[in-house]
Design a protein around this ligand. Structure first.
Ligand SMILES: [Zn+2]
Length: 116
């Protein structure tokens, strides 16, 4: 899809993806925080599952559970954030930047064809 800068008429227009970048980072942070909270229950589960192997097993199980909880939370949060950010880019933010003059503007996403 090509866009023309409404300010100077140049065709050298770039996609910005500003919302996606910001929301993706925020999502990873929020997801990791949520994952860290979930990591505690993951650690407990890991410790329970490996309790029969003794103190070493409990430690390894707890660590694995905690790490997995944080990673899973961060990944899920990042994906959710990127999706929200893409929506923001398309619908709310100035999502195009002119390479020639630096002007930023918004291009509406083409709406899906009506089924009527
Ligand atoms: Zn321009």
């Amino acid at each position: 899809m090509t866009s023309i800068c409404p300010n100077c008429g140049s065709a050298e227009v770039l996609l910005r993806h500003q919302g996606r970048k910001v929301c993706s980072s925020a999502g990873i942070a929020a997801g990791s925080a949520g994952g860290a909270a979930g990591a505690w229950s993951g650690a407990q589960t890991g410790a329970l599952l490996t309790a029969w192997t003794g103190p070493v097993g409990i430690t390894v199980g707890s660590l694995a559970g905690a790490v997995f909880g944080a990673l899973a939370g961060g990944a899920a949060g990042g994906m959710t954030g990127a999706r929200i950010g893409s929506e923001l880019d398309e619908r709310v933010l100035d999502n195009r930047e002119c390479h020639a003059c630096g002007h930023t503007f918004r291009v509406e996403a083409i709406p899906p064809k009506s089924s009527l």
